[in-house]
Design a protein around this ligand. Structure first.
Ligand code: DP6
Length: 338
């Protein structure tokens, strides 16, 4: 059901409670870094498309040194200029349009323009959650520039309105995004879980850096509207979330990895059963999946998860690194807790 609450109302509500700084006392420059995150239990489907309110809660883990650093400064020529990794992005591109629409929410009462410099060390739009760290770092930089001093919970709500998964990109470690029940989404935000798991490793398996055939936003909408399997998704998530809770408490890696893999495959099954069908798998994705299953048959515990793109993220413990590197030498290994 689509609600009538508008993003601009939420921004007003949050900024009313923020530290008010007169325009002349703002910073000359604002900066924000946000790590990207990989969902172990996926966000797939919205109960509100305007506010990015999810149908279910979700759970992620951050990749601390993969993310986005955004630096903002005032632009006196009355234009927003977006520079991504050192190159100016065309003002009429979808990327810039989406950023500008988002910034417009914060300048309904007052006109200002920005130089937006974004540095990302992950491929943009290849299913590696670039919009998650992009919007989270942008809202952190804006909070710094404007001296709002907003708490992370509010920043998570604001980041969510840029991209749902950005609600989880405000913290390192495991983050739980509460689906919330309210129509205005003020109870739908990320919350860090106080759980350390130093032996856990994430391997990024690069399969393709190509732009996705369909954005996660459009794919999600099409799935909700046309997949015959989608009605079973909320039940699957609720079961998986309670298993994740157990797995995290007991540091049970087999349970964590197996549930993450099964959750990702169930999400892709809803996409495959959409019409027109959505398939992010490439032949190389399937080949890698089979290699992972083969490793498991040989006693090496490794699991995968996959988002809206062909790349796989592997989950394993440090003791298995050498065996897995042997099969996937190109894998980039992330230590989420070190
Ligand atoms: C498959 O957060 O990119 O990565 O809210 O429309 O911006 P929008 O979607 P987005 O979707 C992410 C989907 C996912 C699963 C996940 O990260 O939980």
């Amino acid at each position: 059901m689509e609600c009538k609450v508008k993003k601009a109302d939420i921004v007003h509500q949050i900024l009313r409670g923020a530290h008010a700084v007169p325009a002349g006392d703002r910073q000359a420059q604002g900066m924000g870094y946000a790590p990207t995150n990989i969902a172990l239990c996926k966000y797939w489907g919205k109960r509100d498309n305007e506010l990015n309110l999810p149908v279910t809660s979700s759970l992620s883990i951050a990749l601390p040194d993969k993310g986005a650093m955004t630096t903002l400064s005032w632009n006196e020529r009355a234009e927003d200029v977006v520079v991504l990794n050192g190159t100016q992005v065309a003002p009429d591109s979808a990327f810039v349009t989406r950023l500008i629409h988002y910034l417009d929410l914060f300048r309904s009462d007052e006109k200002w323009y920005l130089n937006i410099d974004i540095k990302m060390n992950i491929p943009v739009a290849a299913g590696l959650a670039s919009s998650a760290c992009g919007f989270a770092s942008l809202i952190c930089a804006l909070n710094d520039l404007m001296k709002w001093h907003l708490p992370h919970r509010e920043l998570s709500i604001l980041a969510r309105m840029g991209s749902g998964s950005a609600a989880r990109s405000l913290w390192n470690g495991f983050v739980f995004w509460h689906e919330g029940m309210r129509e205005d989404g003020m109870d739908s935000f990320g919350e860090p879980l106080n759980i350390e798991w130093p032996a856990l490793r994430i391997g990024i398996l690069p399969i393709s850096e190509q732009q996705k055939p369909i954005s996660s936003r459009d794919a999600m909408l099409r799935t909700v509207n046309s997949s015959s399997l989608y009605s079973s998704w909320p039940r699957k998530v609720s079961q998986d979330l309670s298993i994740f809770k157990q797995a995290l408490k007991a540091r049970n890696f087999s349970l964590l990895g197996g549930t993450a893999e099964s959750n990702a495959l169930a999400m892709h099954a809803t996409m495959l059963s959409s019409w027109p069908p959505i398939c992010y798998f490439m032949p190389e994705t399937l080949k890698a999946m089979k290699q992972i299953w083969q490793l498991r048959n040989e006693g090496c515990e490794v699991y995968f998860t996959e988002d809206a793109g062909p790349n796989l993220k592997l989950l394993f413990l440090d003791t298995q690194l050498d065996k897995i590197k042997n099969v996937f030498p190109e894998m980039d290994v992330i230590l989420p807790f070190e």
